[in-house]
Write a protein that binds this ligand. Structure first.
Ligand SMILES: [Zn+2]
Length: 410
């Protein structure tokens, strides 16, 4: 007799493998593993784990398990109803390898969860020949266990941002980041003051008191919420959002210049949006050459471009007096660019001056927020459950656990 046995692949407590049927010729190939209760052990109640007595036998369920070789594995499980002395009722017996109400084993579910960390729900579903809804539900279940709660510990500097889920007005979510670690702490639907109030509602008075600064876009509802909940916190308008808002001014001027330009000059401006809005360091050498050429031939674009660098420089000052002077100078120079968008932008800078000058104490760089935005773009592209904001938020939290934090794996 051969010593080979498949039983060791199914080391399930109180169960034994009684037969297998392998169908390698069908697509997908399948193996059916027949499991029966091992009579040497008393069955246990699936609610409380207490040993009980057999009430009735002959229940059957087919449960998907990890593949064996190339074959999809289906466990044909026979199990029993048990009289539980503790629960005082008849219950289904406990299975060590699966929830009696589920059609997938625990280890298969964990495998799906691991795959979902690196693949899309669609890809995982396709790879395992499962319904995407099943895959998503499993991923979400594990995500909720790990990231469902809000961890308010150790927060000092926050960054608050909004992200749009879908085109249109309603698809916004508010995201709160621990600026110092890059961890996504919380996400909520909407971008109103009440939305952010929802984040603060879970904090103790001491935790609120510990917040020194909050970085954000120049967005009144968030300002209102921070002032109401953490009046001591300094509001800082981060460089990422300031430069992003200024990007709209550059783009408006660029479009106007394009319209005005003759055919010869247009070729310099055409397709230059990316060149003008990107960080110069991120451009390739031929792109830099094109940008230089464009700025040489168009004086107005050159002026708004230089102002972009000077705007960043304001936020690098460490002394309020200097920052204030630089801001005044900037606004004077910018006022000479005759464009309604520029005038509006100057008005906003003036109105929100306090949050720009707070950069002196809290130099919020663009890095973490830019990183988050890029990550979120990727998740948006990948997430099947994009129409489920809760799932989306969990995926974001999972992918941005913060520095020095290792995610627990199942
Ligand atoms: Zn029980």
């Amino acid at each position: 007799m051969s010593g080979l046995s498949i039983a060791s692949y199914f080391p399930f407590a109180r169960m034994k493998v009684v037969s297998q049927n392998i169908h390698l010729d069908c697509r997908p190939s399948q193996t059916l593993i027949h499991l029966e209760p091992d009579q040497r052990f008393r069955p246990r109640c699936h609610h409380c784990g207490q040993p009980g007595s057999v009430h009735s036998a002959g229940l059957r369920r087919v449960i998907r398990d990890l593949n064996v070789g190339p074959a999809q594995t289906l466990l044909q499980v026979e199990y029993r109803r048990v009289w539980c002395p503790k629960c005082c009722k008849g219950v289904v017996e406990q299975l060590s390898f699966a929830d009696p109400s589920k059609r997938i084993t625990h280890r298969m579910a964990r495998y799906i969860w691991e795959l979902c960390k690196i693949m899309t729900v669609q890809d995982v579903a396709c790879h395992l020949d499962l319904d995407p809804k099943t895959v998503k539900a499993i991923d979400k279940h594990f995500l909720e266990q790990e990231f469902g709660g809000t961890d308010y510990e150790g927060l000092r500097i926050l960054a608050v941002d909004e992200i749009s889920l879908a085109r249109g007005q309603n698809g916004y979510m508010t995201i709160v980041l621990d600026y110092l670690t890059g961890r996504v702490v919380w996400m909520g639907e909407g971008r109103k003051a009440e939305t952010l109030d929802g984040f603060f509602a879970g904090m103790s008075a001491e935790q609120k008191q510990a917040i020194e600064a909050v970085a954000m876009d120049m967005w009144e509802p968030f300002i209102k919420s921070v002032r109401a909940n953490c009046p001591q916190a300094k509001i800082v308008f981060d460089l990422f959002h300031i430069v992003k808002a200024y990007g709209d001014v550059i783009d408006a001027v660029r479009r106007e210049e394009y319209k005005k330009a003759d055919k010869d000059k247009r070729k310099f401006i055409k397709g230059s949006r990316y060149l003008l809005l990107s960080n110069r360091e991120n451009l390739l050498s031929d792109q830099r050459a094109r940008l230089r050429e464009l700025l040489r031939v168009n004086e107005r674009l050159s002026a708004v471009y230089i102002l972009k660098d000077q705007l960043k420089a304001i936020c690098r000052h460490r002394y309020r007096g200097w920052a204030k002077r630089a801001l005044n100078q900037w606004c004077e120079l910018a006022a000479q660019v005759d464009h309604p968008m520029m005038q509006r932008f100057i008005g906003r800078l003036r109105f929100f001056e306090y949050g720009i000058l707070n950069h002196c104490e809290y130099p919020i760089s663009t890095g973490p927020l830019e990183g988050v935005n890029n990550k979120i773009k990727v998740i948006k592209r990948k997430a099947y459950g994009f129409h489920d904001p809760e799932y989306f938020a969990l995926k974001v939290k999972q992918s941005l656990p913060g520095a020095n934090v290792t995610t627990k794996t199942g």
